[in-house]
Design a binder for this molecule. Sequence first.
Ligand SMILES: NC(=O)c1ccc[n+]([C@@H]2O[C@H](COP(=O)([O-])OP(=O)(O)OC[C@H]3O[C@@H](n4cnc5c(N)ncnc54)[C@H](O)[C@@H]3O)[C@@H](O)[C@H]2O)c1
Length: 255
Amino acid sequence: MTKTERKTAVVTGAAGGIGKAVARRFVERGFRVILGDANTAGLQALAADLNASGQNVWHKSGDLRSKSYCEALIDHSVEATGRLDVLVNNAGIITRGNILETSDEDWARTLDVNLTAVFYTCRRAIAHMKAHGGGSIVNVASCWGLYPGPNHPAYISSKAAVASLSKCLGRDHAPDGVRVNAVCPNEVNTPMLRTGFERRGFDPDTAIEELNRSVPLGRIAEPEDIADVICFLTSDAARYVAGTAIEVNGAKPVY
Ligand SMILES: NC(=O)c1ccc[n+]([C@@H]2O[C@H](COP(=O)([O-])OP(=O)(O)OC[C@H]3O[C@@H](n4cnc5c(N)ncnc54)[C@H](O)[C@@H]3O)[C@@H](O)[C@H]2O)c1
């Protein structure tokens, strides 16, 4: 594959559990990847690892609550590699607590990171993709955005909106050659899940062993289980998949 034939993917939240796995999968498939995250040290470590075999990735750290960062991350793909073929909006935060426990700041922060940043990056990316022969976008929502679980109204509202936004954009921009889809995981073994257990005083390994028993397929997801579905959705094998939200949950319903 020559340099110009290599496609480019932008991945947000690349220093996190699912984001790292997605970035790694794209590099394995010959993509160049633009890594975004607020965690600069995490991005630097991942970039050093993924660039050990040549220039495969570039990284740009920043806060997705800033519109200018969202747009600059998309622009960086074109500046660094001359192209933008794929966008994976993976970054997210989980805000726990029922509505009485949710402050104005909790609500605003959750919607800003989980939803408004997706609006900004999608708008910038779709404008570019439409003008350059198309592309593919995957937004990471959640099963909880489709079937609300208890005591997470801010998180669930943001993820429901991301699933819905993905379906809207998938429908509106299919004629432009841009396929937009959402992936909806249930529980995944990442820092987001593990730190939640730690904060509540549980040992994460023991808690996950217990959680594994609640999943019909026998275990909660590993980040690679989700990354593989994301990569599939951006590949030519998924050329007829657009405007949908795919559940990746080991057959576990939301209780
Ligand atoms: N882990 C799960 O059980 C689970 C289940 C369903 C959906 N999801 C979704 O999957 C996605 C990835 O989650 P994960 O489990 O890998 O979590 P994670 O916490 O391991 O990674 C999330 C990443 O997003 C980054 N991020 C957060 N806020 C940011 C901001 N303002 N600006 C820039 N970067 C920011 C963090 O630094 C982190 O590296 C999230 O959207 C999450 O909601 C996770």
